[in-house]
Design a protein around this ligand. Structure first.
Ligand code: SAH
Length: 402
């Protein structure tokens, strides 16, 4: 049978020397780099596939364009024999799956991590037979049917949930929606580090579970035997339940979401640790202040908040929030305590978080030592030219008296 010949991609011509960054490894084209005299951006539909060309007309590769966005194009393939198409998506999914099957004993992981898996604009988290997809660019949205067909071909999932309700879609002029295809349960059970958890898919945070912390949660186990553990911003109890299973004496999870804490309780039952498990619903800043007033003390505290700095202009306010919450957490630690402090804000650099922790400790007249640090697991590959793809950091510190 003859394969249909794909329509040639429209050219997107760059200005002189603007192909250099792409040739050096980057995947993004900014709108001021396009030679609009040759290829006016107004001539493109949002999400249209394109051939990106150097100023002399030589192809750099294929990708897609969005004239409404500051990042106006993304390179998807450098290989002229395999341009952006449905079959390239299938190939990239297979390559992504190959890595995860090598790394993980069970089918619970991030299957596709955008640029890190050479699929800009696409996130796929796998919950065994269900895939949760987040499409973040107009170019990937235009390929939505091909993405679904490719997932069907490679994984044959029972259900696909499109959680296309992320804030970043606005920047691309995309609307916000959630759509289920096939069988998508409200809540799925997952296995992480040998522990059972419950992830609410359509009603939860992001795709339902934070796979990026898997390796970091595993690192926690050795610190918690016999300890009083506080899990702040716990969501459905990822860190806290694993701490209880690893032998913590008591675990308290704090979160503002009642539904998340209900799932945490149910997971505590599933793992047989419910009698050592408690939750506290409310604002974390208030809850920690109250615990301090009640003279509660903990041996290990995990602080894994939502991104306090979403955009660069929020830096000052967000950095102050990291400072306040970490200082509150440290003030609740017993004499020889462990603080696991995380930030998933790309704008909060690793060194800045380290400085924040040191300043908090000194303000409380305590000394601090860094024991370990963490990053997203290998199912979140980092693109070496795009620092934005590495966003999560975790510091494991010992907090002693001065
Ligand atoms: N630590 C979690 C992920 C945290 S996601 C894990 O390992 O899975 C961020 C969580 O913070 C969400 O569950 C959200 O409900 C909660 N949250 C956001 N703002 C809050 C606040 N001011 N006080 C308490 N919880 C908050």
């Amino acid at each position: 049978m003859n394969q249909p010949v794909p329509a040639p991609h429209a050219p997107l011509r760059l200005k002189k020397n603007e192909e250099r960054r792409l040739r050096a490894g980057h995947l993004w084209v900014y709108s001021n780099e396009v030679d609009t005299a040759v290829t006016p951006l107004t001539g493109f539909r949002a999400g249209e596939p394109v051939e990106i060309q150097a100023s002399n007309g030589k192809p750099v590769g294929t990708g897609y364009v969005n004239p409404q966005s500051l990042i106006c194009a993304r390179l998807v393939s450098r290989d002229p024999a395999h341009p952006l198409s449905g079959s390239l998506l299938v190939h990239r999914l297979k390559v992504a799956l190959g890595l995860r099957e090598r790394l993980y004993p069970a089918p619970f992981y991030r299957l596709v991590h955008g640029e890190g898996d050479a699929l800009p604009g696409l996130i796929v988290d796998r919950y065994d037979a269900v895939c949760v997809v987040q499409i973040t660019t107009a170019g990937m949205e235009a390929l939505k049917d091909e993405v679904i067909a490719a997932l069907d071909k490679v994984l044959k999932p029972a259900g696909i949930l499109l959680r296309n309700d992320t804030g970043s879609r606005k920047l691309e002029g995309l609307d916000s929606y959630v759509e289920a295809i096939g069988q998508v349960p409200e809540v799925v059970e997952i296995l992480e580090n040998g522990v059972r958890h419950l992830a609410p898919l359509a009603g939860g945070q992001k795709t339902g579970w934070f796979y990026d912390q898997q390796a970091n949660r595993a690192r926690l186990a050795k610190y918690v035997r016999g300890a009083r553990v506080l899990d702040v911003f716990s969501y459905v109890g990822g860190w806290g339940i694993q701490a209880a299973v690893a032998g913590a004496d008591s675990v308290m999870c704090v979160d503002s979401s009642e539904a998340a804490l209900d799932h945490a309780h149910a997971a505590a039952e599933l793992n047989g640790i419910a009698e050592r498990f408690a939750t506290l619903e409310g604002d974390a800043f208030e809850a920690l202040k109250n615990l301090k007033q009640e003279r509660e003390r903990f041996d290990v505290i995990v602080c894994d908040p939502p991104a306090f700095i979403k955009r660069k202009k929020d830096f000052k306010e967000g950095a102050l929030a990291y400072r306040r919450i970490n200082e509150l957490a440290m003030s609740l630690l017993d004499r020889d305590g462990i603080l696991v402090s995380c930030s998933c804000s790309h704008h909060m650099e690793r060194a800045t978080l380290a400085d924040t922790l040191l300043a908090s400790a000194r303000h409380l007249d305590r000394s601090l030592a860094f024991l370990e640090s963490g990053q997203p697991g290998p199912d979140h590959p980092v693109h070496p030219a795009i620092p934005e793809t590495e966003y999560l950091k975790a510091f494991y510190s010992r907090v002693l008296p001065a």
